[in-house]
Design a protein around this ligand. Structure first.
Ligand code: PHE
Length: 475
């Protein structure tokens, strides 16, 4: 029974506090910055479709599993995995899953903070009217010179990391969770307003077609130098990885949040709300950004700068643009903030549990380490933009440090973590235990969940991995 364990780090005041915090973790840069740009890079509709299928049949069951493990273990992911493994008569080595998650969270936060820093900088830029009446070239130029300046990026990265540490030090159920209650709906409303603007551009039809009309050729093949089509499984792995990334799965963030969840809350219903809100925000962001992209002749495949090169154009031309623009970037910063604290929370709880540190010290130690590692990303957009860390692998040969970190975490570590969570929840834990914790009765819903974590997730992740890894040739 989950009642027998209590988290030393506290508990959410209610199921709603958990829903808000977990939604705060899920909705972030992944939805508004990353989803549109990887959709643009991977050909649009078919990619979106694969992503949605991954959310439905892999993301949702894994989220339920992760919340369940967290609530049953009520400790940091390592200690939770060890406790539950021993309880199920299995090996304590399952704690390694927690370790991989901590490492993934650390690596993700190191670059996440840099990108959140871009959003911070853009709060001020839109505020002072930098984009008023700008052309597409002008906006692109402003973004490029922003990236070219390492000191500027460093400043904003530092500021964002300090903001993250401040909240984590105070405990996650403090102020930010209360703020999320207003900010999430605020973000939604401003996206709707921007959708109104997108509707008024002459790119709306094209944007929505790009987003929702599947073109499987664009997803599954790339065209080689001599014009021949080459089978390319990479984008499917990216869609799968993004399903994990956007729902904050596979690294213990949702597990640790689940460990503060009161025992009487329904895990299934809670999961649907979080996944639904997360997906809605991502699709809305796409429906805002792509019309602007097409109306202004921008490239959908522009990469990580897509958001920062398309939306400012809209803000520069719409009525009250500076106002809406500033508000939009402020809300984006908050969305990123409520995600970043969950990236570092597993590591902090572990330092508190196993090294007797207090929360403040643990947060500062992790924050500084993560900040320092983030310098790699800061420089990968300028002075080290040509540096390749793994040039001997075909898949990584053209990846900058930032791209490499993103690939290793989102495409490899998170799906691997999710795979192990599925195997643990489906095969290692006793069904009486999972049935009891999920509290769904013995009916169809429970059996469907079990079938998904036992068979569908492991098979899907392994198959996608094997295909994608085929292209990692040494050469
Ligand atoms: N889900 C967050 C986003 O979409 C990122 C994140 C990933 C947060 C993993 C926590 C854990 O921005």
């Amino acid at each position: 029974m989950s009642e027998i364990r209590e988290s030393v780090h506290g508990q959410w005041s209610s199921r709603w506090a958990f829903v808000l915090a977990a939604t705060g973790s899920a909705v972030g840069l992944g939805n508004i910055w990353k989803f549109p740009y990887i959709t643009g890079e991977n050909g649009g509709g078919a990619f979106v479709l694969v992503y949605l299928v991954c959310i439905a049949i892999i993301g949702i069951p894994i989220m339920m599993a992760e919340i369940m493990l967290g609530r049953r273990g009520r400790q940091s992911p390592m200690n939770t995995m060890r406790t539950l493994a021993l309880e199920a008569g299995s090996t304590p080595h399952w704690a390694w899953l927690g370790w991989m998650g901590v490492l993934a969270g650390f690596l993700i936060l190191s670059y996440y903070s840099v990108i959140a820093g871009w959003a911070l900088a853009y709060v001020f830029r839109t505020g002072i009217g930098t984009f008023d009446g700008q052309t597409a070239d002008g906006v692109a130029h402003i973004f490029q010179s922003f990236l070219a300046d390492p000191e500027g990026l460093l400043f904003w990265h530092t500021l964002f990391m300090v903001m993250t540490m401040l909240v984590v030090a105070r405990g996650v159920s403090g102020g930010l969770e209360k703020a999320v209650k207003f900010l999430m709906p605020g973000l939604f409303v401003i996206l709707l307003i921007l959708l109104g603007y997108a509707l008024s551009t002459d790119g709306f039809g094209e944007g929505v077609t790009f987003l929702f009309k599947p073109d499987f050729d664009a997803l599954l093949f790339k065209v080689g130098e001599d014009g021949v089509k080459i089978w390319n499984p990479g984008p499917v792995l990216t869609a799968l990885g993004h399903a994990f990334f956007t729902l904050s799965l596979g690294m213990g963030a949702i597990m640790i949040y689940g460990s503060y969840l009161p025992s009487n809350a329904s895990i299934a219903r809670t999961t649907f709300i979080i996944a639904g809100a997360d997906t809605a925000v991502a699709l809305l962001a796409g429906m805002v950004i792509f019309p602007i992209v097409f109306a202004n002749g921008l490239e959908p495949s522009a990469g990580p700068g897509l958001l920062f090169q398309s939306l400012p154009l809209a803000f520069g031309h719409m009525p009250w643009g500076a106002f809406f623009g500033t508000l939009f970037f402020i809300l984006l910063v908050f969305a990123a903030w409520s995600s970043s604290i969950s990236l570092i929370e597993p590591a902090v709880t572990w330092l508190v549990e196993n090294h007797g540190m207090d929360r403040l010290k643990a947060s500062v130690v992790m924050g500084i380490a993560c900040w320092a590692f983030g310098l790699l990303t800061v420089f990968s957009f300028n002075v080290w933009s040509d540096v390749r860390l793994l040039p001997m692998f075909e898949t990584f040969a053209d990846k900058s440090i930032f791209d490499l970190l993103d690939y290793l975490t989102a495409n490899i570590m998170l799906p691997l973590g999710g795979l192990l969570i599925a195997i643990f929840a489906g095969w290692v834990m006793r069904t009486e235990a999972t049935r009891d914790e999920l509290d769904m009765g013995e009916g169809l819903a429970y059996r469907l969940w079990l079938a998904l974590v036992r068979f569908v997730t492991p098979v899907a992740v392994i198959v996608v991995f094997l295909h994608a890894i085929e292209i990692i040739n040494v050469g």
